[in-house]
Design a protein around this ligand. Structure first.
Ligand code: NAD
Length: 382
């Protein structure tokens, strides 16, 4: 298949592009490299030193003989997007290319507006581009489990059967997101569902949990292929951030009580889920939703797990309960469905102590790169 990976220079997109290329797909990457610029804006960095996109794809070609074409540009520039779609004629468009940090979207008005404009307009352009140029192309869009929020009933995969005043219907599952970023994903989902209905586009919305891990078999092939790894308060996600904090002797920063429970998955499962979605496309006009996570943990569970493994590796560390900068429940019911990807063949990599140990060992070599003042939360929801 010809597959475009939009956002293919990022944390999830880069290993996905390599994996799909290795599986024999004809892959190209579209990215405006804004994530690298945001590092400069935040005076932050990836713990792992990452090479330029050009160096990355050159090394991949040298090692495997496989070419990944690159298109540097912005989804918000429709003329650019049209040209890429015309040239590639993709069978699948994997859409990772959004601003994905909740804290970043909550910094101030400008960052909220940027996040929603970048994400919602970019996604709308993708929908129009598919309609105009490649109407059969399967849109595989990264949503987030955060779209659902934390309702006091089990979370279904996209839709829920409701009985109301004696009548029944299957309706989109209610969305109660917790940041302007998560809201942008909800807006995307609505736009995609509508476009499927009116234009007959085929789409899969992958409501992904929080991704942990660093390397895949492909990114491990050479230091130039290494994935990025974020640890700061803005982009660092819970487990990865805790592991890095433990290696620099920093307390593990649990926000509030730490009972916040979420769905998680290994980056190795992210790449496989995309392959599964691509190889089992949605029907024409179908808006399909999969919940893409493998296990549920509370933030405090993760901190305790990291604390134990880190101690065994010689990094004693404490758990600090900080005042929660977010507005969210810290003790709540959470139970979510995640059977659809498993039914299509996903065999999850579960979070064991050895998995934490492996990530920790990969990080230790680069711990001198950590900018310590970036670890504590600086963005408040209120
Ligand atoms: P990332 O920031 O590392 O990568 C996103 C990439 O998209 C970057 O390389 C960036 O330069 C590019 N990009 C952003 N806006 C663009 C635009 N307008 N045009 C072209 N390129 C653009 O993020 P990630 O962690 O790889 O996340 C990828 C996707 O997965 C996001 O949509 C995110 O919402 C979703 N997701 C991620 C996680 C996670 O834990 N990382 C969890 C759930 C969902």
């Amino acid at each position: 298949m010809n597959i475009i990976v939009a956002g293919g220079d990022g944390f999830c997109g880069w290993p996905t592009a390599l994996y799909l290329s290795k599986q024999g797909h004809d892959v190209s990457i579209l990215d405006n490299e804004v994530r690298r610029k945001i590092d400069d804006e935040l005076h932050s960095n990836s713990v792992t030193p990452i090479s330029s996109l050009e160096e990355r794809v050159d090394k991949w070609k040298e090692l495997t003989g496989k070419e990944i074409r690159t298109y540097i540009g912005d989804l918000n520039h429709y003329d650019f997007l049209r040209e890429v779609l015309k040239k590639e004629q993709p069978d699948a468009f994997v859409h990772f290319a959004e601003q994905r940090s909740a804290p970043y979207s909550m910094i101030d008005r400008e960052h909220a507006v940027y996040t929603q404009t970048n994400n919602v307009v970019g996604n709308l352009n993708v929908l129009y581009g598919i309609r105009e140029i490649v109407p059969d192309c399967h849109l595989i869009k990264l949503g987030t489990m955060g779209e659902y929020g934390t309702p006091n009933i089990p979370i279904e995969e996209g839709f829920i059967e409701i009985e109301h005043k004696g009548r029944k219907d299957v309706l989109p599952y209610p969305k109660q997101p917790g940041s302007f970023y998560h809201l942008s994903k909800v807006h995307d989902s609505h736009n995609i569902m509508f476009a499927c209905k009116i234009w007959g586009i085929r789409a899969t919305d992958l409501n992904q949990g929080i991704v942990y891990g660093l390397e895949t078999d492909e990114t491990k092939m050479d230091p130039l292929l290494t994935n990025r790894l974020d640890y700061d308060d803005v982009y660092g996600t819970a487990l990865n951030r805790f592991i890095i904090q433990s290696t620099i002797g920093h307390d593990l920063t649990v926000y509030g009580q730490g009972g916040q429970t979420r769905g998680f998955l290994n980056i190795k499962d992210t790449v496989r889920c995309i392959e599964i979605a691509a190889e089992n496309p949605a029907d024409k006009g179908e808006f399909r939703v999969f919940n893409q996570f493998t296990e549920e943990f509370s933030v405090l569970d993760l901190a305790k797990l990291v604390q134990k493994v880190a101690k065994e590796e010689g990094f004693g560390t404490d758990i600090a309960h900080l005042e929660n900068p977010r507005v969210e429940l810290e003790d709540h019911f959470f139970q979510a469905e995640n059977t659809k990807l498993k039914d299509l063949g996903l065999e999850p990599h579960l979070l064991t102590e050895d998995v934490v140990r492996d990530i920790l060992k990969a990080v230790v070599d680069h711990k001198d790169r950590v900018i310590k003042e970036n670890v504590l939360p600086q963005v408040s929801w209120t």
